[in-house]
Design a protein around this ligand. Structure first.
Ligand code: UDP
Length: 343
């Protein structure tokens, strides 16, 4: 019995593969390498290069590897891009996910773990936000993920499919053993951008908005370390295998940092006072969003190990230096062999 990891050559997926291997699981990765890297998949793990919306390829892969569970990471994830290319996001994140779920049902895959997002809450009324808060996504990205949550609920009602939906808050950091990290050169996420600025890999950074109704005027987010997030998926897998009910959980630490606080920590840890340009608000950014995490702790038994922003930033810095040394951030992108990348 094997676990299929879609997007296993990407940031969070590659950490999940490590987590699964450490737990002694058999793993197969499906990734079209549009943003992931071949080298991010350990040599012992079969990598199927292709699209998770390719029905024939997915059906064949599920049968060949005797897949029992799917952990579905592959997605387009840049909120501003989803505003300019909503149909691309609905095709990739929603329509293709429907195909994947259908293949799972038709092939008798029992468990499905889905990467959802705090973006489904939009600008929440309460923080920390609980899972039963109204769902009001502000972006096509958030809506493209929410629709998959709904499809999973309906499919699980109708078929022998069991799901865990994990709503990620702000994922950051890198594998503490230095084996994996965030490798996309064009990353837009705050800690990655700030770390690149600190290392001189970009001339500086922009801070989007200092006029929010938060203590220092910049947005507040809950930064969850990526290996802690992978561990949450492992907990979800064990829970579903033990017969747990379908479940939707927030993944975060239940406390947040402002953008200004994060920038200060990156400056402190790196020792570099890089330039920060104050810019206007970025479209679709909620003022503050912090995860209520009672449910994931009590029901899945999740115990975070790396809830420490300085440590997260240090991991991100080390990974960025490693990437720079390897010269891989731009040069080692490997084009998909046969199948066209997702739009
Ligand atoms: N942010 C920023 N400059 C950047 C990238 C992000 O000021 O170069 C801010 C962004 O406006 C938001 C916070 O940092 O308030 C977190 O953004 P990120 O893109 O990391 O994650 P998101 O919360 O959008 O998922």
């Amino acid at each position: 019995m094997t676990v299929l990891v879609t997007g296993g050559a990407g940031y969070i997926g590659s950490h999940m593969v490590l987590e699964l291997l450490e737990a002694g699981e058999k793993v197969v990765v499906l990734d079209n390498l549009s943003t992931g890297f071949r080298w991010a998949v350990p040599a012992s793990v079969p990598l199927v290069v292709g699209d998770f919306g390719d029905e024939d390829l997915v059906t064949e892969t599920l049968a060949r590897y005797d897949v029992e569970s799917i952990v579905h990471f592959a997605a387009k994830i840049v909120v501003p891009d989803s505003v300019t290319d909503p149909l691309g996001y609905y095709l990739n994140n929603t329509a293709k996910a429907r195909t994947l779920i259908e293949c799972a049902v038709d092939s008798g895959v029992r468990n499905f773990i889905f990467s959802s997002t705090a973006a489904v809450y939009g600008d929440p009324q309460h923080n920390p936000v609980m899972e039963d808060e109204p769902l009001k996504p502000l972006s096509p990205y958030g809506r493209s993920k929410l629709m998959v949550e709904w499809m999973l609920q309906d499919a699980a009602n109708a078929h022998d499919l069991h799901y865990a939906v994990l709503r990620y808050f702000n994922v950051a950091g890198a594998d503490p053993k230095g084996r994996a990290g965030q490798s996309t050169a064009q990353a837009t996420h705050l800690i990655k951008v700030a770390v690149q600025a600190a290392l001189g890999h970009r001339p500086g950074m922009e801070l989007f908005g200092t006029d929010y109704a938060t203590p220092d005027g910049s947005c507040v987010r809950d930064y969850i370390q990526v290996s802690d997030l992978a561990a949450a998926h492992m907990d979800a897998l064990r829970y579903l295998r033990a017969g747990g009910e379908n479940i939707t959980c927030n993944c975060g630490y239940a406390h947040g940092y402002s953008v200004l606080e994060v920038i200060d920590v990156v400056k402190k840890v790196s020792g570099v006072d890089f330039p920060v340009k104050i810019s206007g608000r970025r479209a679709g950014d909620p003022a503050a969003i912090v995860a209520g995490n009672d449910k994931i702790k009590s029901v899945l038994g999740w115990t975070p190990k790396y809830d420490d922003l300085e440590q997260i930033v240090r991991q991100a810095l080390h990974w960025e230096q490693h990437l720079h040394r390897m010269g891989t951030a731009n040069s080692a992108r490997i084009a998909p062999a046969k199948i066209a990348p997702a739009k």
